[in-house]
Design a protein around this ligand. Structure first.
Ligand code: AMP
Length: 119
């Protein structure tokens, strides 16, 4: 399926919808999740048009991949959850219930998180 340029994160990247930025560089944007599931809930997205991790793994440059991983380290340091611990989640496709078809990693922390899967 072709990348949907009207998805909400594409609109955030184009500045059409506001977000609360946590971190930004040439390759990534990190912002607060609008419906936080923990005291810290940040989303990190690549600036390139990738629907999910499968596509990103196949098509993104090494530089973009490095930046995506490094952004996790930057965000957990900025949010001071590097020592207390955190969880990263990437939903991909239908079975994962991915809502927004632009690759994003959830960074969650700031409290003791529950079981990995609820059902
Ligand atoms: P997923 O189910 O993995 O696709 O997660 C999508 C996430 O995007 C959810 O946690 C939503 O709360 C979040 N979200 C949706 N719209 C916005 C928005 N405009 N700004 C920030 N986060 C959003």
């Amino acid at each position: 399926m072709a990348y949907d340029r009207e998805n909400i994160f594409a609109k955030i990247l184009r500045g059409e919808i506001p977000c609360e930025i946590v971190h930004e560089d040439d390759h990534v944007l990190a912002f607060e999740d609008i419906n936080p599931q923990a005291p810290v809930h940040v989303l990190i997205i690549p600036k390139g048009a990738y629907e999910n991790m499968t596509e990103f793994a196949k098509k993104a440059s090494a530089e973009a991949k490095t930046a995506f991983i490094e952004a996790v380290g930057t965000v957990v340091n900025l949010k001071r959850i590097d020592k207390t611990g955190y969880r990263t989640i990437i939903n991909n496709g239908e079975d994962s219930l991915q809502e927004v078809p632009h690759l994003h990693v959830h960074v969650l922390g700031g409290r003791r998180l529950g079981a990995l899967l609820s059902t």
